[in-house]
Design a protein around this ligand. Structure first.
Ligand code: NDP
Length: 279
């Protein structure tokens, strides 16, 4: 076990499963490069991998895990249901496909990737997810890109509160209202595009803080996520950045630093709006 592995805190999900607060995202890593990137991340100390059926690289994630030689139970693996596979029966079949591609018998977390309200299928999909949880195909179930209205509907029409909601969240889009809703309902906030895909890294507040701590702006942003309680899994295909991103456990932002980053919130999305995205 590397020093960084030991540094990563775990957060308890609402069904008692522990999730490492820091992980590695593989969106936009080409399938043929994924196994190597995953191996590099695992060597650097990451023990949490975030993929999706849509990323077309679940196979590479599985290969990277096997090539690392690490025991399966030391690695937390999340995948997500593709948008064209919503519905009760489809969801059950789709996870079987993901497990085959990953070469695993069980994932740790399975997410509905987008609510797609125009399809009006996410409640039925969620009922399929509940069955997958009870069947042991996944250790926890959650959602992604759900707005408060979608979470409220699940609360009214199902008996299982999502363990997480994975949403776009970074200094330019801080999602205060959703984060507060999650806190009040026992849902862990996962932040996707935690670096805003690099867009925020030139902000003066961040470069100044980076100078103050002798870190990079990316490390300051990732540290901010951790200190405000988000689960994060930055993506990089660059080995040095993969190592840099997890090296965030030797400094601490002050309350004033966190407030200063708070003022960067601009309600700016880099990705789709969940209310209107149609898959
Ligand atoms: P990130 O915010 O993680 O940014 C990734 C980009 O930033 C890449 O271009 C990368 O470049 C660059 N980068 C990474 N580290 C550094 C660094 N230290 N310094 C400078 N630049 C850096 O964006 P993602 O959109 O990839 O989000 C992360 C993960 O979130 C995804 O991989 C995926 O797992 C998840 N996600 C989920 C979504 C959902 O709908 N649920 C949607 C989008 C993402 P390079 O690779 O060239 O090094």
């Amino acid at each position: 076990m590397t020093a960084q592995t030991q540094n990563v805190p775990e957060i308890e999900l609402n069904n008692g499963v522990a999730i490492p607060q820091f992980g590695f995202g593989v969106f936009q890593i080409p399938p043929e490069d994924t196994a190597e990137a995953v191996r590099t991340a695992l060597e650097a100390g990451y023990r949490h991998l975030d993929t999706a059926q849509l990323y077309d690289n679940e196979q590479g994630v599985g290969q990277g895990i096997r090539q690392s030689g690490l025991p399966r139970e030391e690695i937390f693996v999340t995948t997500k249901l593709a948008n064209d596979a919503q519905g009760h029966d489809n969801a059950i079949t789709a996870l079987e496909g993901s497990l085959q591609r990953l070469g695993l018998e069980q994932v740790d977390l399975y997410l509905i990737h987008w609510p797609l309200p125009h399809q009006d299928k996410y409640v039925r999909t969620w009922q399929g997810f509940e069955e997958l949880l009870h069947a042991g195909k996944t250790r926890a179930i959650g959602v992604s890109n759900f707005q408060i209205a979608h979470l409220e509907r699940l609360a009214e029409e199902s008996g299982t509160v999502p363990a997480v909601n994975q949403i776009e969240l970074h200094p330019a889009l801080q999602q205060a209202e959703l984060r507060e809703y999650h806190r009040a309902h026992g849902i862990v906030t996962e932040a996707w595009s935690p670096l805003a895909q690099g867009e925020v890294l030139e902000e003066q507040v961040l470069t100044e803080l980076a100078g103050k701590f002798g870190k990079t702006a990316a490390q300051v942003v990732l540290r901010w996520h951790l200190q405000i309680g988000n689960v994060v899994f930055p993506k990089s295909k660059t080995p040095d950045r993969i190592r840099e991103n997890i090296d965030v456990f030797d400094f601490e932002l002050s309350d004033e630093d966190i407030d200063a980053i708070g003022r960067l919130d601009a309600g700016h999305r880099t990705g789709f709006d969940p209310d209107t995205f149609r898959g």
